[in-house]
Design a protein around this ligand. Sequence first.
Ligand SMILES: [Zn+2]
Length: 240
Amino acid sequence: MKALNRKDLFGDLAGFSLKPTRSEVFGNRKEFKSAALIGLVFLAFSFAYSLIAFIHYEPAVHVHEYAPSKIALEILGHFTLGLVPSLLLFDLNLSLLCASTAVLIDSDHILAAADFNVSGRPDHSFLFAAFSAIVILLAAERFHLPDKAFVKSAFVGPITLFSHISFDIFAATNSGASSFPLMVPFSFSGFYLPPYYWLLFEFIAAGFSICGFLLSRRFGRTVQKQEEPSSIDQRVKISK
Ligand SMILES: [Zn+2]
């Protein structure tokens, strides 16, 4: 992606349409496949990132939210609360990706579930959201997401974290286990989040989606414009 100049950043605000096109919203089979591959990259990264828990000893606490009786409800809950705010990205493939990553982020429970004396939720942290955003962007470029989807994909990490914690808070309302190590790896202590925060976090996730959508109007078009091959480039390609 080329650097954007000042005119690209601030020029002709009235020149772009807020209305998403049909192909942008529904994508195609290739984009669906790319989104699925990005989901797998996210899964690998979220487990790899959870290894950071080894720098801090903590007696293993088994989170029973994945007991067989609750697993379906847990997955459905995370999937739904991941899907709903991400619909504002106006890209169905990315919304399905957000819904999936909102489930997959819980791969950070694996170490504690395997009886290692480490934190069971190191990915439930702000720094994880920032790093996962970078990883997803790199994967989006690698798997050739279209320009607008590429811009929106930068927000999948934050949407995932906030919508995931939203359901964790919602589901913990009865058990009171509403504490999250938001500052890992700087601090492994949990921050208590009151029950009504589930709605706040869901709104924040929706806010990230709106940001992603609006920025895609601005930069998605610009990037596309810059990367559109000139007729000479096309002729070179064809002659190859
Ligand atoms: Zn969780």
